[in-house]
Design a protein around this ligand. Structure first.
Ligand code: SF4
Ligand code: SF4
Length: 235
């Protein structure tokens, strides 16, 4: 398949499943037969993923992308040999980096949940076409990724404002919102991917969705208190 189809989640999943290194082979840049040029997307994803790996304490050399044509057998075998030697020298994932196995597992798990959020936050850069290899190194920075992953915005529905119009529930891409007619809506924080759609679609006259950053999200309102007490109905 096109290297542009190799999602950030695929790479993180490989590491979460215990792979010590990930090698991605893509067509030569500017030789794509289609207008999509997905190999540029793959390159941007790899540059981003390397910074995420640094954020997790992993050596970014464990991830490599190599561009070549189907006739470049020698380049392919040399690249794979070299990468295999490098990964063998680095040893099992996290060992050379001295990361506690449980810490690494939960770090990878947390970042994987944030993949949609990361892709939305960085969508403009992920669509860029980097023509000059000298631009690769500083394209994503460690500071930028530390900030992105350190200041994750969560979303919470204010039970005093929600009018159960159900718009957010219908528009949530991962079915993280429960609720119904005359029921105050609630976000399941374990399912939410922080896309912000609920915040954008909640009608301004209700403005019931809050953005929360740097503090804990309030616990969900108990089931028995979710029935909406409408003023007209309560008279
Ligand atoms: S931010 Fe809102 S719309 Fe997006 S996944 Fe979370 S609950 Fe759903
Ligand atoms: S869109 Fe706003 S008012 Fe409507 S159900 Fe969602 S949170 Fe409540």
């Amino acid at each position: 398949m096109c290297s542009g189809r190799v999602d950030l989640e695929f790479v993180l999943r490989a590491f979460a499943n215990g792979m010590d290194g990930v090698f991605i082979g893509g067509c030569r840049l500017n030789e794509c037969n289609y207008i999509t040029h997905g190999n540029y997307d793959a390159l941007n994803m790899v540059l981003l993923c390397k910074k995420i790996m640094e954020h997790l304490g992993l050596d970014p050399e464990r991830l490599r992308i190599q561009f070549m044509s189907s006739g470049d057998g020698i380049i392919f075998s040399e690249a794979v040999d070299e990468f295999t030697r490098k990964v063998k020298a680095l040893g099992p994932l996290g060992k050379r980096e001295q990361i506690d196995a449980d810490e690494l597992k939960s770090g990878l798990q947390d970042v994987r949940k944030l993949v949609p959020y990361i892709k939305i936050a960085k969508r403009a850069k992920l669509k860029a076409r980097l023509e000059n290899p000298q631009d690769y190194e500083g394209f994503f920075t460690r500071d930028e990724i530390d900030r992105l992953l350190g200041d994750v915005t969560s979303y919470h529905i204010n039970p005093d404002k929600c009018q159960a119009c159900m718009i957010c529930r219908r528009r949530c891409p991962v079915e993280a919102i429960s609720g119904g007619k005359n029921r105050i809506h609630v976000i399941d924080q374990d399912i939410c991917i922080k896309c912000g759609t609920c915040f954008e679609v909640c009608p301004p006259r209700f403005a019931a969705v809050d953005k929360i950053c740097g503090q804990p999200v309030p616990p969900p309102i108990p089931e028995e208190k979710r029935t909406l007490a409408r003023k007209s109905a309560s008279k």
